[in-house]
Design a protein around this ligand. Structure first.
Ligand SMILES: *[C@@H]1O[C@H](CO)[C@@H](O)[C@H](O)[C@H]1NC(C)=O
Ligand SMILES: *[C@@H]1O[C@H](CO)[C@@H](O)[C@H](O)[C@H]1NC(C)=O
Ligand SMILES: *[C@@H]1O[C@H](CO)[C@@H](O)[C@H](O)[C@H]1NC(C)=O
Ligand SMILES: *[C@@H]1O[C@H](CO)[C@@H](O)[C@H](O)[C@H]1NC(C)=O
Ligand SMILES: *[C@@H]1O[C@H](CO)[C@@H](O)[C@H](O)[C@H]1NC(C)=O
Ligand SMILES: *[C@@H]1O[C@H](CO)[C@@H](O)[C@H](O)[C@H]1NC(C)=O
Ligand SMILES: *[C@@H]1O[C@H](CO)[C@@H](O)[C@H](O)[C@H]1NC(C)=O
Ligand SMILES: *[C@@H]1O[C@H](CO)[C@@H](O)[C@H](O)[C@H]1NC(C)=O
Length: 214
């Protein structure tokens, strides 16, 4: 958000842009949710009894998941966190590095407590499991699937996350949209410079789409 300053003369473009950023920032502050996986039980597996700390499918069924939400895994390095969009990988309980729809958030190499935040960036089925102990933890219930809904959409901060990469499907203007030479009016340069560039790009795309219908 730009800091308040005496309003300089604004083009209609910038007026729409500022209105848009105000609305989206307000919504983002109130609508995204963090889900602590397993609640108080955390993300643990007892290798003596071969049982997960709780029923993660039951836990997931109590939640509503939207784009931009985070899953928070409270765990330690005896468990891993794998996110996949590939049902074959999920059912096999084996993380496959070569599959571009599978992301490894941690693996059991250090003896330490971990808090692992995982952003939800793709609508539809998202699968989570631990691949530790050659898939035994996953086979015995350290795994769950969720249905992610669109909600209010991704915040700009997650639009190009490392990892996982997220890309909007290309629209009719896709040849032009990557260009970031938006600020061509020197008079308003100082104003735009203070705005979050990602929000500006996002806002501009909306303006370009709107202009098509005028
Ligand atoms: C695993 O379960 C056994 C038997 O219930 C229990 O004695 C042990 O403390 C548990 N281990 C952990 C790490 O919770
Ligand atoms: C976990 O809960 C689901 C329902 O939420 C149930 O279908 C499943 O059988 C449970 N798993 C175990 C191991 O109890
Ligand atoms: C899912 O993973 C399997 C096994 O790695 C692979 O053969 C398959 O191509 C993947 N499917 C998709 C849609 O990426
Ligand atoms: C399925 O898991 C087994 C080990 O549990 C592994 O050998 C095999 O390569 C996996 N298959 C795929 C398609 O990832
Ligand atoms: C994986 O790659 C294939 C083809 O390269 C692509 O169609 C698919 O969207 C990619 N999946 C993800 C989750 O990035
Ligand atoms: C792992 O950490 C626990 C507690 O911090 C400690 O008791 C245990 O000895 C450690 N194990 C290894 C293999 O370092
Ligand atoms: C991991 O598991 C091993 C064996 O079950 C146990 O000795 C160790 O304390 C565990 N590490 C942590 C960090 O809990
Ligand atoms: C949710 O988790 C993310 C990642 O750890 C963090 O940046 C964000 O501040 C958290 N949001 C809330 C409302 O706790």
């Amino acid at each position: 958000m730009p800091k308040t300053s005496p309003p300089p003369p604004m083009t209609p473009y910038l007026t729409v842009l500022l209105l848009f950023t105000t609305i989206s920032a307000t919504a983002a502050a109130t609508e995204y949710k963090n889900h602590t996986v397993g609640g108080k039980s955390g993300w643990f597996f007892n290798s003596t009894t071969n049982t997960p700390a709780t029923n993660y499918s039951s836990w997931a069924s109590t939640q509503i998941f939207n784009l931009g939400d985070y899953l928070i895994f409270n765990t330690n390095s005896n468990q891993s966190v794998i996110l996949t969009y590939n049902n074959t990988v999920y059912l096999n309980c084996t993380a496959d590095d070569s599959d571009n729809g599978t992301f490894i958030y941690s693996s059991g190499t250090f003896n330490q407590t971990l808090t692992i935040p995982v952003p939800l960036t793709i609508v539809g089925l998202n699968y989570f499991f631990s691949d530790t102990s050659d898939g035994v933890q996953c086979q015995h219930g350290l795994a769950f699937e969720i249905q992610v809904q669109r909600g209010i959409g991704l915040p700009p901060s997650l639009n190009q996350p490392p990892p996982p990469p997220y890309k909007e499907p290309p629209g009719p203007d896709s040849a032009e949209s990557p260009t970031v030479t938006i600020v061509e009016e020197p008079k308003n340069g100082a104003l735009v410079k203070r705005a979050d560039v990602r929000v500006v790009v996002y806002g501009l795309c909306v303006v370009m789409v709107l202009l098509q219908f005028l």
